[in-house]
Design a protein around this ligand. Sequence first.
Ligand code: ADP
Ligand code: MG
Length: 380
Amino acid sequence: MFIRVDFNVPIRDGVIGDDTRIRAALPTLTYGLEHGATLILGSHLGRPKGTVNPALTLRPVATRLAAVLGRRVVFAKDAVGDAVTDAVSQAGPGGVVLLENLRFHPGETANDPAFAEALAAQADCYVNDAFGSAHRAHASTTGIVHHLREAAAGLLMAAELHHLGVLLESPPRPFVAILGGAKVSGKLEVIENLLPRIDTLLIGGAMAYTFLTARGLGVGRSLVETALIDATRAIEHDADRRDMRLELPSDHVVTNRLEVGAAHETLAVEDPAIGDRLGVDIGPATIDRYAAVIADARTIVWNGPMGVFEIDAFAPGTVAIAEAVAASTAASIVGGGDSVAAIGRAGVGDRITHISTGGGASLEFLGGRRLPGVDALPDA
Ligand code: ADP
Ligand code: MG
């Protein structure tokens, strides 16, 4: 059984930082093993761009997986060919094989049919449990399906689709979306798709500065995507027309440098005293306003930190919003690598309804997009 997993975990100098994604795959792996399957696990790690990059080997993941699974895991030095045949025979029936990084081959992201066929060679059925990669049409997420008799969604994939699907279909209202973070361009599109579904949009993080610039405010050296200023105007216009609330920060924390220990102060967003400094967190008045909206919500989706939360002095806005979301009785979904890290940092993970393992995938799904990795699977 070939299982596409998402073991794209943070690794530095061969040490795994956070193994949430490995643990999240356990239900599906255990299910397969209990039913007598031999597991061939495939994943990508980082962006090696089609060449072998020793810094992005999945070998440390094999070691960690063996520990959390409590079983031997045979590591195959390549994702296709003899290395796989050897590893599968070494693992034996009912064993577990982890393939080397799929993206060491250019055929993975190119969705090359020959590579997809080679991936399928040792398996008789396919399971996709990599929700975080479902928004990409790659050999291991779509192409491979044509080369195996049976295909299905794994338990993690099914849980993600269930939680997000319920949200899309009939979200209890008020439905509040909180968006922040750095990837402004990717998320503006998501906003356009979310607008018809939500009641209130709370904006924070770097994204806010493109909106504030469009409103004519001076934002110093804050992160602004000039090319998107018109797009934010269109979004504000659309929000007005739909009579929904779009909230921007009214105060923020500004600093000279993105560094630990840098001097900083809180200003109103209109205050020209920002000079050539940059905004790095939402301020206390914004926290209070946003927390009040969150307290009244019945459905919440959150992606993107409210500030540069990696630096303690600029984390209070993100932590306060995490606490407000946790305290609310609303159904809450948090997605995105950094957002999930922020939830962990605030220590409120157990009070979030669903923590999505897929940032990009969850946003595209909530934005109404179809996911190729899901569409490739049969309905059953
Ligand atoms: P996620 O991984 O949850 O999808 P993003 O990757 O889009 O979130 O954004 C996270 C990053 O955004 C963090 O590294 C954070 O430091 C950065 N960020 C948040 N607010 C600001 C800001 N005001 N200026 C610059 N960077 C910011
Ligand atoms: Mg991120």
